[in-house]
Design a protein around this ligand. Structure first.
Ligand SMILES: Nc1ncnc2c1ncn2[C@@H]1O[C@H](COP(=O)(O)OP(=O)(O)OP(=O)(O)O)[C@@H](O)[C@H]1O
Length: 312
């Protein structure tokens, strides 16, 4: 039986006067997934998130968040979702704990329950030791962590994160990503992560969707999208040879596991399912051709993104 998705949209569309910001979006995100929602500036990501949060109405189509319609049941949706914008705003002259207490009060959590919830959230994001310091003294990374704690105290079922690592050094960014992955895994929180920092997205996302001009041009696990982008293989091997024998590409094509071979001058571009460098090198030598160099590339999110971005 098909379990209820956390996010489900059917032909979700939002048009402004002369722009279709989101165009017939069909998306399904399951519980506990970390979904990378990608696309260039102006692709329609924020508009989609606003519709899912019930903050703007669709022009047509439907959206469901944990079974609720965000337009008709905005309060129910608000109660189970969290949103971390790119720039989180806090009261700088209050402490981290006081800022979180403000959020729990806004969310009608009784003070006696709030303190344990706040301690737990501070612990998860690693800010327990500085909980009673004023936020004005916090670094960008600490504020970002506090932003995650601020989302966590609501005990959401799903969270939207917009560029959660922007402005952070690689170490700080990695720590935030680990925290996000941990919060998703341990608390079964579904995460929708929007970011232009593709290596980071690749590190923690189970699945991605790429939006271009309001349309979902690709969706799926990164590995599968990589295979599709390469025409079926997972690896791309680039070979440079000198004076190739006429039947060289044919003998490479015959190697078990080779999906395709393209020839361009002294270069051969081979896609395959496994790392077949030894077999390819042998085929080259056996055909009395000189091997100049060989490179292997695992198709990553960056290449996938560029391919779909160009096509979109
Ligand atoms: N209130 C509005 N009125 C008119 N047009 C709008 C409005 N909000 C967004 N748009 C347009 O809709 C399109 C999608 O914008 P949106 O902000 O959703 O993109 P985005 O993918 O979130 O971009 P970014 O990565 O820059 O945040 C853009 O062309 C934008 O100009």
């Amino acid at each position: 039986m098909n379990e209820q998705a956390v996010v489900e949209t059917v032909d979700l569309t939002k048009s402004y006067r002369n722009v279709t910001a989101v165009d017939k979006l069909n998306l399904r995100i399951e519980e506990g997934e970390i979904f990378g929602f990608l696309g260039p500036n102006g692709a329609g990501k924020t508009t989609t998130v606003l519709m899912l949060l019930g903050l703007t109405e669709p022009t047509s189509g439907t959206a469901r968040v944990c079974g609720h319609n965000p337009t008709r049941e905005p309060l129910q949706v608000k109660r189970i979702t969290g949103y971390l914008p790119e720039k989180v705003g806090f009261y700088e002259d209050l402490t981290a704990r006081q800022n979180l207490a403000y959020t729990t009060r806004l969310n009608d959590l009784a003070d006696e329950d709030a303190s344990s919830v706040i301690n737990e959230a501070l612990n998860i994001v690693g800010l327990s030791d500085v909980a009673d310091q004023k936020v004005g003294k916090f670094s960008r990374g600490m504020k970002q962590r506090l932003g995650i704690a601020d989302v966590l105290v609501k005990h959401p079922r799903m969270v939207f994160l917009d560029e959660p690592t922007s402005g952070l050094d690689p170490d700080g960014a990695n720590q935030i990503l680990d925290t996000i992955a941990q919060m998703s895994k341990e608390h079964k929180i579904t995460i929708v992560l929007s970011s232009h920092q593709l290596p980071m997205v690749q590190r923690i996302c189970d699945r991605v969707g790429i939006l271009v001009k309001g349309r979902l041009v690709a969706e799926g696990p990164i590995e599968r999208l990589g295979r599709e982008a390469l025409g079926g293989g997972r690896f791309r091997i680039e070979v440079q040879v000198s004076q190739p024998s006429p039947n060289l590409d044919e003998s490479i094509r015959r190697i078990n596991g080779v999906v395709s071979v393209e020839k361009s001058g002294d270069f051969l571009f081979i896609t395959c399912d496994q790392d077949l460098r030894p077999q390819i090198a042998k085929a080259i030598v056996d055909s009395n051709t000189l091997l100049v160099q060989m490179k292997i590339q695992d198709y990553g999110l960056e290449e996938i993104y560029m391919k779909y971005f160009r096509e979109g």
